[in-house]
Ligand binder design. Structure first.
Ligand code: ADP
Ligand code: MG
Length: 699
């Protein structure tokens, strides 16, 4: 049928009208016929099967059984009466239970006559029971035989109150099939359908709403999930490919003096194979005439900074400037100091720009950026200010990107006519397939190897009641010359309380670790940047042995002599945060420790998180667990949680289908980016984009 009919406003569907249309719109986002067709059931009640009592499993939830009631009695309880019937078939017995409407039921139920019952079963005291079963005499049931799987649609209280019950929704969808004669235009090419053995679009839509049996339902689900993921991948991949075709980038074809000199004379260690590979990937991008848009992921401590630095040298060798943006002042500062030290007297001009740089110094930086004297600018969000203009910015590097919004990332390169190459670095490892769907338009490089000689961090979980022992351990480590972090949670919603915890903790630590033997730093978000830096500096220089802090030290900070990380109220941190924090230690030659302190009361998710941390140091493994616990939305931080509003597929559970979809989308686009040889796909894709029915990917 003409696909435009599917754009008919939902109010025109018989049985809807303006009133219900309003509710459907506000509650479920249904504006058109198309939207209603795409309202997929989230589960089904299987009434195609009849169970025997003897077959019931403790896991069976909703079942349909044929049997007879042999007796019925009222049981008195503290909380009131209940009516209990003994229900049997030729394989066993169970109880039917009613708490409400007992009188009517007692008067109307017939003993020793076959009934078909349907409902949720419970397992209690060694027996199965079913509260408030749906019941029908077998005789009636047989006459009106309805053998199908009943769809259950997403619902809200408001929908139910307005009479849009599941039954009504189902009726409306039936009506829609009637009006459209169930003829839906095919949206995948014949070759894909044949190759993957898919059922047609029409058949899939029919069976997702009115499945004839389990097998057809499974086929319908597969086809629709594949299609959904396929078009998302098609969008992402074509964006990426078009980007490479269209967006001209500066061509860094020279590997010049600076890069070579640095590589031969200044490199303080041998690069790992992973670092070498990643630098090769970056160099290929930079010499390809297209703008680089690359995500560099690597676990904490995997050595991303040196990769960033060498990339910047490539830019300078080719006559361009580079900038490096970090999420916090401390981190920007540390990058600045680190890069400066690595470069030595190689002849590169580099400056630091943060919120606390004075006006006069700032003015000089602005001037030198514009006249090209300055080669590298490192800083915080201050780099995004309008006053910051470059002579010729060729490369922008963003560190720890999960702290930056996507919009901010974009601001960096909207300052030039030709966009600079962009390298985004993150230490939050994203499982590969998820990365592909979230960052389908970025290329991904992964450092999957730590520099040699690192001793794995030993992680333990200790209860608050063990604090004395933990403190003794700290004393012993400090005696050996080590430094210690003690980190407190700071969560916006409970900020006041958290500060109190932090200050209480600080006080108790100063009592247990008194002057002059012990020097203690404290850093938190309410301090002035200058004070923060001062405290941080003291710790970096080794003047203080203990750093009490909130999560401000989470990212990037590098103090190799710090070998103990104590995380207070560890149950309140997410996995990726715990992993980031732990990454602050284990940076030197000494054995490092991470101690997760918690109270005794722990949720099962908290337990899983703690066990995971104790069990592994592998960031990718941790990310997988995190993904399972929190789902993909949370993983990326709330700002991006809206990204994955899928109608039927599930990024995690349907990972295999995702891979398949990606494979086929790539294969098609690689040969035919304009989709000229795939008219059906082109048309379906255009429609999706036109009516914004496609996943709204932000970038
Ligand atoms: P991250 O990826 O977390 O930003 P860094 O770049 O800060 O990691 O590197 C962590 C530490 O490892 C630094 O002290 C750095 O000097 C060191 N490092 C990086 N690469 C190597 C290497 N190939 N061999 C030895 N040490 C290295
Ligand atoms: Mg880093």
């Amino acid at each position: 049928m003409n696909s435009n009919v599917l754009q008919t406003p939902i109010a025109y569907l018989k049985g809807v009208g303006p009133n219900r249309a309003g509710t459907l719109q506000s509650e479920l986002g249904i504006h058109t016929y198309q939207d209603l067709i795409n309202l997929f059931p989230h589960r089904y009640i299987d009434k195609t099967q009849y169970y025997k009592i003897g077959q019931l499993q403790r896991t069976s939830s909703e079942v349909q059984i044929i049997g007879k009631i042999v007796n019925i009695k009222t049981v008195e309880q503290k909380k009131g009466k209940r009516l209990v019937a003994k229900f049997i078939d030729d394989t066993g017995e169970m109880e039917l239970v009613w708490f409400r409407g007992q009188k009517w039921i007692r008067e109307n139920l017939k003993l020793n006559i076959s009934y078909v019952i349907f409902g949720k079963i419970n397992w209690f005291n060694g027996a199965f029971s079913m509260p408030h079963p749906e019941m029908e005499l077998w005789e009636d049931h047989e006459k009106g035989l309805k053998m199908y799987m009943q769809p259950v649609y997403p619902s809200t209280e408001k929908l139910a109150n307005k009479g849009l019950t599941n039954k009504v929704t189902n009726k409306l969808i039936q009506q829609l099939f009637l009006e459209t004669k169930g003829r839906f235009k095919e949206t995948l090419s014949p070759s894909l359908i044949a190759e993957l053995g898919l059922i047609s679009k029409g058949e899939a839509l029919f069976n997702i709403h009115f499945p004839k049996n389990q097998e057809l339902l499974a086929k319908a689900q597969f086809r629709l999930k594949f299609e959904e993921l396929f078009y998302i991948q098609l969008q992402l991949i074509s964006k990426n490919l078009l980007h490479k075709q269209k967006i001209k980038g500066y061509n860094f074809d020279k590997v010049g003096t600076l890069f070579k000199t640095f590589y031969e004379h200044h490199l303080p260690f041998k690069l790992t194979n992973a670092q070498k590979r990643v630098i090769k990937e970056i160099r290929a991008d930079l010499g390809s005439n297209a703008q680089m848009n690359r995500l560099l992921q690597g676990d904490v401590g995997s050595g991303k900074t040196i990769v960033a630095l060498m990339t910047m040298l490539l830019a300078i060798d080719n006559g361009y400037q580079a900038c490096l943006m970090a999420p916090t002042e401390i981190l920007a500062n540390q990058h600045f100091m680190g890069v400066k030290e690595l470069l030595g007297d190689i002849g590169v001009n580099i400056a630091l720009l943060t919120g606390s740089v004075k006006k006069s110094a700032r003015k000089i930086i602005h001037e030198q950026l514009e006249n090209g004297e300055l080669h590298i600018l490192i800083g915080t969000h201050a780099l995004l200010e309008d006053k910051v203009t470059y002579k010729n910015l060729g490369l922008a590097i963003v560190d720890e990107q999960h702290r930056f919004g996507v919009a901010q990332r974009a601001r960096l390169w909207h300052k030039n006519d030709i966009p600079p190459h962009v390298l985004v670095m993150t230490a939050t490892p994203i499982p590969r397939t998820l990365a592909m769907s979230l960052y389908g338009d970025l290329d991904i490089s992964t450092i999957d190897e730590l520099p040699p000689g690192r001793k794995p961090i030993k992680t333990v979980h200790r209860y608050d009641s063990n604090r004395l022992k933990v403190f003794q351990f700290i004393r012993d480590e400090i005696k050996k010359g080590r430094q210690v972090y003690v980190v407190y949670p700071l969560i916006q919603e409970s900020e006041a309380l958290d500060y109190k915890d932090l200050m209480d903790g600080y006080e108790s630590i100063t009592r247990d670790f008194p002057l002059p033997d012990y020097q203690i730093s404290i850093v938190h978000g309410k301090m002035k940047p200058a004070d923060k830096d001062y405290e941080m500096e003291r710790f970096v220089k080794g003047e203080t042995q203990i750093m009490v802090a909130t999560t401000v030290i989470e990212v990037g900070v590098n103090v190799p002599n710090a070998s103990v990380m104590i995380i207070e109220s560890a149950e309140r941190f997410g996995l990726s945060q715990l992993h980031q924090l732990r990454g602050r230690v284990g940076r030197g030659a000494e054995q490092s420790f991470c101690i997760l302190m918690t109270g005794h009361k722990l949720s099962s998710d908290s337990k899983t998180r703690l066990e995971t941390m104790v069990g592994t140091n592998d960031g990718f493994q941790i990310a997988e667990v995190d993904l399972k616990l929190r789902g993909p939305g949370d993983l990326m931080g709330t700002q991006q949680s809206g990204v994955l509003h899928l109608k039927i597929a599930d990024i995690i559970k349907d990972n295999d289908i995702l891979k398949l979809a990606r494979y086929h989308a790539f294969k098609i686009l690689k040969e035919d980016i304009a989709l000229q040889k795939h008219p059906i796909i082109l048309h379906a894709y255009t429609q999706l984009v036109k009516y914004k029915n496609i996943w709204n990917y932000i970038s």
